[in-house]
Design a protein around this ligand. Structure first.
Ligand code: ADP
Ligand code: MG
Length: 260
């Protein structure tokens, strides 16, 4: 097939191949009178793996929650896969179909089995049949290597197993983007690796990922870019090799000095 570069007048849709799948421009957000995010600009390409780090209270959770409409912003623009979250309240539902999220506390439904947890959202909001939902759930439970626990309730699983179920549950919605907010922070140390390994597998499969984490080994080996936040701003961002060896900002150096 021949290509004629420069002759096609159509603009590629935002989020189309080549363009950023996430565009954040000039975002300011307040909780009451407290400004939690200031001047956030961020573009993420499809398939990019981003680690977000920074001191507690710097706005990391708030920023990534804005990307699937869990938080509203007062100023600026957020476009996810071509859908403008800031234009129309109805767009939030459309974006949530494409963005999976995994939290520090696994947030599984305690009264449902692992399998039921994974089937619920696709049946409710994707309109798939019970059988399709079950097939998809089993596929992703297999992928996070926990399919043998499908009939159990969350309380019967370890923290690491619950978090892997939470990842499988998010994947059952076949998201284009996965957001992780400190997914290993609530885990006992011996369970951190199994969750990070699951995330590494997703990264290797080309998932677009934003991960708030202080697991700097994960950042070094998986991230394309590390973003450092402080006081509600993106202070610095760089590929991990540069970020760790040559941090530019004093706040970054202080932070790395504390956690490494
Ligand atoms: P991080 O994830 O980096 O620790 P957060 O985004 O959770 O930071 O919080 C950033 C700041 O916003 C903190 O000072 C926090 O106390 C404040 N904050 C977070 N959520 C709320 C809220 N719902 N109402 C008021 N203040 C909040
Ligand atoms: Mg947080």
């Amino acid at each position: 097939m021949s290509t004629q570069q420069g002759l096609d007048p159509r603009q590629p849709a935002p989020g189309a191949q080549g363009g950023p799948i996430i565009q954040v421009a000039g975002v300011n957000k307040w909780y009451g009178t407290f400004q939690v995010l200031t001047g956030i600009d961020l573009e993420v390409s499809a398939g990019e793996r981003i680690v977000v780090c920074g001191p507690s209270g710097s706005g990391k959770s708030t920023m990534i929650r804005c990307l699937n409409g869990l938080e509203k912003v007062q100023q600026g623009r957020i476009v996810v896969d071509g859908i403008d979250l800031t234009a129309n309240a109805h767009n939030v539902e459309a974006v949530r179909q494409e963005v999976g999220m995994v939290f520090q506390q696994f947030n599984l439904f305690p009264h449902m089995t692992v399998l039921q947890n994974c089937m619920l959202a696709p049946m409710r909001s994707r309109g798939v049949t019970r059988q399709q939902a079950q097939d998809t759930a089993m596929k992703y439970l297999e992928r996070v290597r926990i399919v043998d626990q499908a009939a159990k309730y969350p309380s019967q699983l370890s923290g690491g197993q619950q978090q892997r179920v939470a990842i499988a549950r998010a994947l059952c919605m076949t998201p284009k983007i996965m957001l992780f907010d400190e997914p290993t922070s609530a885990l006992d140390p011996e369970m951190v690796k199994e969750v990070l390994d699951t995330m590494i597998g997703l990264a290797e499969d080309g998932m677009t990922m934003l991960c708030v984490t202080h697991e700097m080994g994960f950042a070094r080996s998986v991230a394309d870019r590390v973003i450092f936040m402080a006081d509600g701003r993106i202070i610095e961002q760089a590929p991990p090799s540069e970020f760790f060896s040559n941090p530019q900002h004093e706040k970054t150096r202080n932070f790395l000095g504390q956690i490494l």
